[in-house]
Design a protein around this ligand. Structure first.
Ligand code: G
Ligand code: G
Ligand code: MN
Ligand code: NA
Length: 251
């Protein structure tokens, strides 16, 4: 309860921050965009992980104002980076169920003066456990705003394959549990990644392999045909100043 009250004040007190992790195009080896990852820096200087406070924000419905802040902040960052980059934001289940989400997005995109296709929404696979008409309708409404849609944490839940047909995502994000150390263990993970890439290719979707840390894993991922990679090998989540320094350095 106490943590819920301080989370309520966190927005007003400017304690929330978005960090950005590079996503790299495998073929060109250029940065195509970033995933926004939220942090809560409390006045005590303690940094609270989103895996701790996002569930609290979900239960208390604070995720709605916090989610709006995330979307507006990400759009402002996109405007700052210019037309060559995309930014992806994570959308939690409650946020996805909120009927105002498409309007929130359209307003944020218009206010920042960016192309809607520069914003990508990452929707966790768990949302589609429930193949309800409401989920499908929201998916279609979001699609019509022109933003890109990515299926996050793919392979961790009950991968609803039938859903991919009805909900044509632009991208599948292969969960890091399949990627970390994929090259050095048994070949199980490589076989799984390969089948996900085959599926995505057939459906015209991009794939991002998450959690790539080593050169061996990168080489494997490249060989398996993933279109994008994300992981510590290319950069940890960083603040906007570090993002601009990185882009300046890479040319
Ligand atoms: O970056 P990190 O390892 O701390 O993220 C932990 C978890 O929190 C991940 O599952 C990630 O998807 C989630 N997360 C990070 N940022 C956000 C956000 O802005 N919104 C939501 N809903 N989840 C986020
Ligand atoms: O659930 P989601 O995929 O949105 O969250 C991505 C999480 O993975 C974030 O918490 C991010 O900090 C973390 N992450 C990103 N790259 C790597 C990596 O190379 N290794 C590990 N262990 N974690 C990573
Ligand atoms: Mn994500
Ligand atoms: Na993920």
């Amino acid at each position: 309860k106490a943590i819920e009250d301080s989370l309520r004040d966190a927005l007003a007190n400017d304690e929330l921050q978005l960090l950005y992790q590079p996503i790299v195009d495998v073929k060109s080896e250029r940065i195509s965009g970033f995933e926004a990852l939220i942090r809560w820096r409390r006045k005590s200087a303690e940094i609270v992980s989103p895996s701790k406070f996002i569930p609290i924000a979900e239960e208390s419905n604070l995720i709605i104002p916090i989610g709006e802040w995330i979307i507006r902040t990400a759009c402002a960052t996109i405007a700052r980076l210019g037309p060559d980059y995309r930014v992806a934001v994570n959308v939690s289940p409650r946020q996805f169920a909120n009927e105002k989400l498409p309007v929130t997005i359209l307003n944020a995109v218009a206010a920042a003066g960016i192309e809607p296709g520069q914003l990508e929404l990452e929707i966790t696979e768990g949302v589609f456990l429930d193949e309800s008409p409401a989920n499908l309708e929201m998916f279609q409404k979001l699609k019509r705003t022109g933003v890109r849609l990515a299926l996050d944490d793919f392979g961790t839940g009950y991968s609803a394959l039938g859903y991919l047909k009805k909900a044509p995502f632009d991208k599948i994000k292969i969960d890091q549990s399949f990627v970390l150390g994929a090259a050095d263990r048994n070949s199980m993970n490589a076989a799984i990644i390969s089948s996900i890439v085959g599926l995505a290719d057939a459906l015209g979707m991009e794939t991002t392999a998450e959690g790539v840390e080593t050169h061996d894993d990168l080489a494997l991922i490249r060989g398996l045909g993933c279109s994008h990679v994300q992981g510590y090998i290319y950069g940890k989540p960083m603040d906007i100043d570090e993002v601009e320094a990185l882009l300046a350095e890479r040319g």
